[in-house]
Design a protein around this ligand. Structure first.
Ligand SMILES: Cc1cc2nc3c(=O)[nH]c(=O)nc-3n(C[C@H](O)[C@H](O)[C@H](O)COP(=O)(O)OP(=O)(O)OC[C@H]3O[C@@H](n4cnc5c(N)ncnc54)[C@H](O)[C@@H]3O)c2cc1C
Length: 374
């Protein structure tokens, strides 16, 4: 069975590795000429780490990143809204959240993939069609034949368009800036993730490795200057703890992104094609679960392709298995982002956080971090 994966992002690379682990060859086709992730960090939560451990990558990822012992939402002066221990960053089996530079994660996945499977760069997918029980995939420069297409080509998926599925987006009207700062955090802030809440704005950060700190800001679009630069970004957070402006000032550059997600699709597959990762269920980043869900997809789709007689059976089971959880993530993340930027919504969230016992939070997080069989 020939499997073609369109897109060499986190989902596509992890899926190829998962298939390879199960003895199923697959080939990844990526449009970029070289794999260059943006200069930002990513938080890999225990559900993703369990899959990466299954793939034999846990040690390398831990070495390249920073294990977070705590994750807190705080007031602008860094006082936690609720003091919590490990409940948010680890599961009951002790699997923890790792903060890592995106480029490091990508190169770990890419290097491992090169040992066992194929990846072709500079392959820009145009469309595909079923011809005599085989899939003809058209790239910009050539066409190839395959048995299955897995669309891992992100939120603006062309595979999704070829499958006749809608591409409607929900815009949050929020702007996110992300960057990497070269700065040593005070000891009490090392190995911790923080999300600092102000009035209609948020600032998050965590250490990635020695002297490298990942940060992000979220601002309402209508409160945000049109040409954000380092100084105007610092100005936005001037009432926050001074470490916030020190972090922004210590980064050479940042990336600005509008935050939006993908509206619920009616379905994710047809007889020979299936969407995975952001192509199927892109979420806003408020729960830090977008890539984690793509990594979970990789685990489930590969195991189902291994155990099913026909690809369409695997796709059907895959959607049945994954729908509920990804919709929980997409909807909670959307609501979280909306409420955190609305003064009344923020007040409700703070009250809920304070009155919810850590045991309950821990139970909810354990449910989120569950992966069957791992
Ligand atoms: C601000 C922000 C912060 C985030 N933080 C976190 C976090 O802390 N934790 C977390 O888990 N998630 C986080 N996410 C979400 C995460 O980044 C995404 O969910 C994840 O990157 C999606 O991976 P993917 O491989 O499915 O899609 P993508 O990363 O979009 O990859 C798609 C790939 O397909 C390729 N491609 C596209 N079109 C074609 C084509 N026509 N032909 C060939 N190739 C093509 C692209 O070049 C790309 O390489 C965050 C997102 C944002 C915006």
């Amino acid at each position: 069975m020939e499997i073609s994966i369109i897109g060499g992002g986190i989902t596509g690379l992890t899926t190829a590795l998962a298939l390879s682990k199960l003895g199923i060859p697959a080939k990844v086709y990526e449009q970029a000429e070289s794999l260059n992730e943006i200069g930002a960090g990513i938080w890999l939560q225990p559900n993703a780490m369990k899959v990466l451990q299954w793939l034999g990558l846990e040690k390398e990822i831990k070495q390249a990143g920073c294990t977070l012992n705590k994750m807190e939402i705080t007031y602008p002066d860094l006082t936690p809204i609720k003091k919590i221990n490990k409940a948010v960053v680890s599961d009951s089996d002790g699997n923890q959240t790792i903060a890592i530079h995106r480029a490091k994660l990508q190169s770990i996945l890419f290097d491992k993939l090169k040992e066992t499977s194929h990846i072709e760069l500079g392959k820009s997918y145009i469309n595909h069609e079923l011809v005599n029980k085989k899939i003809e995939i058209q790239f910009k420069d050539e066409s190839i034949s395959s048995d299955i297409v897995l669309g891992a080509d992100g939120i603006h998926s062309k595979v999704r368009a070829t499958m006749g599925l809608p591409s409607q987006y929900r815009n949050t009207n929020q702007i996110c800036c992300r960057g990497i700062a070269t700065i040593e955090l005070p000891e009490h802030l090392q190995a911790e993730g923080k999300e600092v809440w102000g009035h209609k704005k948020r600032f998050g950060f965590s250490q990635l490795s020695d002297e490298k700190v990942y940060y992000f800001t979220v601002l309402n679009k209508n409160n945000c200057p049109s040409n954000l630069d380092q100084n105007s970004l610092i100005d936005q957070f001037k009432e926050f703890d001074p470490i916030v402006s020190q972090i922004i000032a210590s980064s050479e550059t940042f990336h600005e992104t509008e935050l939006y997600d993908l509206k619920r699709l009616p379905n994710w597959y047809n007889t020979h094609s299936c969407l995975i990762g952001d192509a199927a269920h892109a979420t806003t980043p408020n729960m830090g679960q977008g890539a984690c869900q793509g990594i979970e997809d990789a685990y489930y789709i590969s195991n189902l392709l291994k155990s099913s007689e026909k690809p369409a059976d695997a796709f059907k089971q895959f959607e049945l298995k994954r729908r509920k959880k990804v919709e929980y993530v997409v909807n909670n993340s959307w609501n979280f982002g909306k409420m955190a930027h609305n003064p009344f919504g923020q007040l409700i969230m703070k009250t809920m956080m304070k009155i919810t016992p850590e045991k309950v939070i821990s139970k909810q997080m354990n449910k989120l971090y569950e992966v069957d069989g791992l």
